[in-house]
Design a protein around this ligand. Structure first.
Ligand code: GDP
Length: 437
């Protein structure tokens, strides 16, 4: 995976489209573009209307050629782009032409972004933000990805790391230069500063996983006895045929998922096996899985059969944690049930109210507090490490060991953005103290 290679790949989605973009990055990008277009003079960052030709001279297509000289490009390397018609035949022919050129090879997954990271065009956080933006399906996923891609989260972590490096520099100076006039109170202010950093991390980590949820989706599990109308409900909500509605009890044995966009947030709605005591081992397994899934869910939508005597009472034990009770089949027995939403999946009655209630819960689950600073488990794990080491640095360990703990804490935060520089500490020492004057 040498960066001396020039890599190429289709940058747009594979398939038929109005326009397809093929991108090259590396030292031979310009030469390849010149060869394909027969043009020597390709002004940087200008669109040139050209004919792309195969090595034998056959015209592949007419389109636009662009050239971005290093380092002012996405990857920081020489980059070329070919904009052609999104035809499978055209794309294949151009890829073949590239593969026949010396020093060119097809890019590995993520390799353009990897090169951008290596060349300092973006840090790890920003690269993850870019990946999330491409994956984003709902408005809030996009907003979060943009924040991350544009460096808002990176700046926060860099400031945090800077603070830890500052503390470390102070402590090292205190140890290394006891004869310099460094007052005792330095230790006190050091503890306050690293204590402040620990408090900040604790605060950031108490976000109920909202950032990860926005990426992965919030899960709502539909629970209830067989035949209460769970599959009918998921069908109505999803407005598509995703679960089999059947007259026989216990048919929804497999867990069925529907991905939805609720108020801009991604939601995974899960239909489960009906909960009842059963002698059938396959059904028992379905019930076990349904309950496990419900345990892990963010919200439980418990469905009761309003047309059956004792239907509501039967559903109540399933109301655990964050849960919403709906009483279905209200078309059969019109009645008002306290604290529950009466619906009919057959007539659609109460569905608007139920969807509004679900949306309100989803918004409430996501939008309490500040915008989250953690969007992946990876960030949370590194922050947890950092907190552990800061807390150890605040104990009565010998000063050298406290230094080591602070160094580890700064290193753990550095892993989040991918910026870990050993020289940082020295830089801070030498810039803030006039040692060796
Ligand atoms: P599940 O086992 O909980 O998934 O229940 P289903 O969605 O398969 O529904 C069981 C039966 O109840 C089917 O015959 C449905 O047509 C019927 N059903 C579901 N919702 C309603 C409703 O709101 N009103 C009436 N009258 N019947 C319903």
């Amino acid at each position: 995976m040498s960066s001396a290679d020039t890599i190429y790949a289709l940058a747009t989605a594979p398939g038929k489209s109005g326009v397809a973009v093929l991108r090259l990055s590396g030292p031979r990008a310009l030469a390849a573009l010149q060869r394909l277009t027969g043009r020597e003079a390709l002004a940087p960052r200008h669109a040139h209307y050209v004919t792309f030709r195969a090595p034998g001279g056959e015209a592949i297509d007419r389109g636009l050629a662009l050239y971005f000289p290093a380092p002012h490009s996405f990857t920081g390397e020489e980059v070329a782009e070919c904009h052609l018609h999104g035809s499978l035949a055209v794309i294949r022919q151009l890829l073949e032409a590239f593969s026949g050129m010396e020093g060119l090879r097809h890019a590995e997954p993520g390799e353009f972004t990897r090169r951008a990271f290596i060349n300092g065009k973006m840090d790890l956080m920003e690269a993850e933000g870019l990946a999330d933006l491409i994956e984003a399906e709902t408005r809030e996923q996009k907003t979060q990805a943009m924040r991350q891609m544009q460096g808002e989260l990176s700046r926060f972590y860099e400031r945090l790391r800077g603070e830890l490096v500052g503390c470390l520099a102070l402590l090292e100076a205190y140890i290394d230069f006891p004869d310099e006039e460094i007052p005792e109170s330095v230790l006190q202010s050091l503890s306050e500063r690293s204590g402040g950093a620990a408090a900040l991390i604790r605060n950031v980590m108490q976000d109920e996983g909202r950032g990860e949820h926005v990426r992965d989706g919030i899960s709502i599990v539909i629970l209830g006895a067989p035949n209460v109308g769970k599959s009918s409900l998921i069908n109505v909500i999803a407005k598509r045929d995703v679960a089999i509605v059947s007259y026989q009890a216990g048919t929804t044995r497999d867990i069925i998922e529907v991905h939805l966009d609720m108020a801009g947030y991604p939601v995974v709605l899960v239909d489960t096996a009906g909960i009842r005591d059963s002698g059938d081992t396959i059904e028992q397994e379905g019930v076990r899985r349904a309950l496990a899934r419900a345990e892990a869910a963010d919200l439980r939508l418990v469905v009761a059969d309003g047309a059956r005597a004792g239907g509501v009472e039967e559903a109540l034990p399933l109301m655990r944690g964050e849960a919403l009770l709906v009483v279905n089949k209200c078309d059969l027995v019109p009645q008002s049930v306290a604290d529950a939403l009466a619906i009919s999946t057959q007539t659609g009655e109460g569905m608007d109210r139920l969807l509004a209630a679900l949306e309100a819960r989803v918004v409430q689950l996501f939008s309490s507090g500040d915008a989250p600073m953690i969007t992946r488990e990876r960030h949370r794990a590194h922050l947890g490490d950092a907190l552990y080491h800061i807390e150890k640095s605040l104990t009565s360990l010998p000063l050298e060991l406290r230094c080591e703990e602070l160094r580890r804490a700064a290193g753990a935060v550095g892993k989040i953005t991918g910026k870990i520089q050993v020289d940082d500490v020295l830089d801070v020492i030498f810039s803030s103290f006039c040692i060796g004057k």
